[in-house]
Design a protein around this ligand. Structure first.
Ligand SMILES: [Zn+2]
Length: 224
């Protein structure tokens, strides 16, 4: 965890060439056994003292490689995170179109499993925060019945949806606060904006309402 935080400060995904990004992604995915695509080079053996010429060639990208490798390990250590099933991906795309946010697949959770979309950013340690968010929804589904009754209430009751999302965003926010290297003010503002947008079916009337509720749940969280 500590290593991921250190690495975060150096991540510059925009600076990566598309080809390189793809090869690291494939290597990471292969190492995680998630998709089984053939890698052009397996960076999973990479470390600071690597003597592999291919890795040395990309020394300027070592932070991305380390992050991708740590993410793969994180996924291996957390078997409740699985590759998003096709039906869920189809639903998420449909939701993206209806809400006007486009073809961006999103993380979700059902059946005591966290569903990771195939386009998840494995260079971003923020995956930890998303997982905390989705695990909160799994707990909520148990608390309020089961996946189906929870999903029904979530879809049909705006106030309920707002409260569930605010609690989940509080868990997500807590991870960023603890990490200590993020602009948490901006993260909170973005979460609040999302909750008052079409993406969440205008769960909140205003970003201010959403923000206050996220902070309320955040303050109720046990501080470790
Ligand atoms: Zn959520």
């Amino acid at each position: 965890m500590v290593k991921q935080l250190r690495v975060e400060q150096f991540i510059k995904p925009d600076a990566m060439s598309e080809g390189f990004k793809n090869s690291v992604l494939k290597a990471g995915i292969l190492a995680g056994g998630l998709l089984g695509n053939a890698p052009t080079h397996d960076y999973s053996h990479y470390d600071n003292n690597s003597s592999c010429p291919e890795c040395l060639d990309h020394l300027d990208k070592q932070d991305e490689i380390i992050q991708a490798r740590d993410t793969v390990k994180f996924l291996k250590d957390n078997p409740d995170i699985i590759k998003e099933p096709f039906w869920s991906s189809a639903l998420n795309h449909l939701h993206g179109i209806i809400s006007g946010s486009g073809f961006n697949s999103t993380w979700s959770a059902k059946n005591n499993k966290v569903f990771m979309p195939s386009n998840a950013d494995i260079y971003d340690p923020g995956i930890n925060a998303i997982v905390a968010h989705e695990r909160t929804h799994l707990k909520q589904a148990q608390k309020y019945g089961n996946d189906i009754s929870f999903a029904f209430k979530y879809a049909t009751n705006r106030k309920f949806r707002l409260n569930m999302e605010a609690e989940a965003y509080a868990a997500d926010y807590a991870w960023y606060v603890k990490a200590g290297v993020y602009d948490t003010k901006e993260i909170l503002n973005n979460s609040a904006k999302a909750l008052s947008s079409a993406f969440y079916g205008w769960a909140a009337d205003t970003p201010e309402e959403a923000k206050a509720l996220i902070l309320k749940y955040y303050n109720e969280l046990p501080k470790k």
